[in-house]
Design a protein around this ligand. Structure first.
Ligand SMILES: Nc1nc2c(ncn2[C@@H]2O[C@H](COP(=O)(O)OP(=O)(O)O)[C@@H](O)[C@H]2O)c(=O)[nH]1
Ligand SMILES: [Mg+2]
Length: 361
């Protein structure tokens, strides 16, 4: 379970790259480090000696910025693959939230890959974790080598039931590296939502993971390694008709700072989607303000509120290039509809909800 710091609104997820020595784990991290924009990543720290590149481990922190007001961080680790470094491997696995298993596709390395996989299962058990309890993504690396086994042979040994999401990769060329990371991050965030109701919507997750680069279908297979679970482009989502006026309260830093009214109206478009307009007239700190924004439908977000499962429609600024702070709206379509807004303010997020209620978001 990722570490959630409610006071600092921070979620930290630990991802471990596991696998046999010289399989390509460090190469994965190097490629990620080289491709994620600098503002989203820290330094790649490799604890290694000159004699042995894989003596200790590598560490790479990634910062995905805000997801629903929570700063989301991923910490990537590799383990030393050599059989005799099991104590270090076990230690690195402590508190793991997701695993990328990097298998070496070469026939001569099959036994090492399989041994490493079972070693991983054993080490997880030391922490009372069964394999199904942690997201695991398998990466079949070194697909470029002539000695690489056919995918089917590797699968038979490492993923016979197809339980794990899997990718082919040529880590040295960056092929399959992002896709693998994306998949494990996405699985972690989905699980996080099921357990803690913090992040859920696929598109919101996708947007965050966008900085890892898009899956380029076709181009991967052209170089001989296609993702076996390629994602397709998200379809245009059609939201419901929403027509709401709500007397609302503005909260900032946990304190009520103003009130006013917000409205949401809907306009159908020829392509079958709906367009939304969000407008607000309110007073914050005794100063009158107002705004009008075009919004687009993102999807549904389910979360637990006071012990009951509720569904919210999520709207986001349609004009993403706007210089104004992006607003996210959550609309609960109940008998008495409720609208919640969240947007970054001067110092911390501004939360808006129905008058007389603590904002849920
Ligand atoms: N041909 C080929 N070599 C690779 C690939 N990925 C990694 N390597 C090489 O395999 C060696 C071991 O990689 P490394 O990332 O250090 O493995 P680690 O021990 O799992 O961290 C290095 O020489 C890499 O350049 C790949 O996809 N294809
Ligand atoms: Mg290494």
């Amino acid at each position: 379970m990722p570490t959630i710091n409610q006071a600092f609104k921070e979620i930290t997820c630990k991802i471990v790259y596991y696998g046999p020595g010289f399989g390509g784990k460090t190469t994965n991290l190097q490629l990620i480090h080289g491709n994620v924009p600098a503002k989203h990543r820290g330094d790649l720290v490799s604890l290694a000696t000159e004699q042995d590149q894989t003596l200790f481990f590598d560490f790479l922190p990634l910062d995905f910025g805000d997801v629903k007001g929570y700063k989301t961080k991923f910490q990537l680790y590799t383990v030393p693959g050599q059989v005799y470094y099991n104590a270090t491997r076990k230690l690195v696995l402590r508190g793991v939230d997701g695993i990328v298993f990097v298998a070496d596709s070469q026939a001569t390395r099959l036994k090492d890959s399989v041994d490493s996989f079972y070693n991983m299962i054993e080490n997880l058990r030391e922490y009372d974790l069964e394999i199904g309890q942690v997201p695991v993504v398998i990466q079949y690396n070194k697909r470029d080598l002539p000695s690489a086994l056919p995918l089917e042979d590797l699968r038979k040994h490492l993923n016979p039931e197809g339980r794990f999401e899997e990718f082919e990769a040529v880590a040295t060329e960056g092929v399959g590296v992002r896709e693998t990371l994306r998949a494990v991050c996405s699985q972690i965030l989905k699980r996080l939502n099921e357990q803690a109701n913090i992040v859920s919507d696929d598109e919101i997750i996708g947007e965050r993971l966008g900085l890892l680069g898009e899956t380029q279908e076709g181009s991967d297979s052209a170089s001989g390694a296609s993702t076996t679970t390629a994602r397709t482009k998200a379809p245009i989502r059609k939201g419901p008709m929403l027509d709401i006026i709500q007397t609302s309260r503005w909260v900032w830093g946990g304190i009520g700072v103003g009130s006013g009214s917000i409205t949401i109206s809907t306009r159908p478009t020829p392509d079958g989607a709906n367009e939304y307009t969000l407008s607000s007239r309110h007073r914050i700190f005794m100063v009158s303000r107002q705004f009008t924004r075009p919004m687009k439908y993102i999807g549904e977000d389910r979360r637990l509120v006071d012990g009951t499962q509720r569904t919210y429609h999520v709207l986001r600024d349609a004009d993403t290039g706007a210089k104004t702070a992006p607003i996210t709206a959550y609309v609960e379509q109940a008998k008495l509809p409720r609208v919640y807004l969240i947007y970054p303010g001067f110092m911390g997020d501004v939360h808006v909800g129905p008058e007389g209620e603590q904002p849920v978001f």
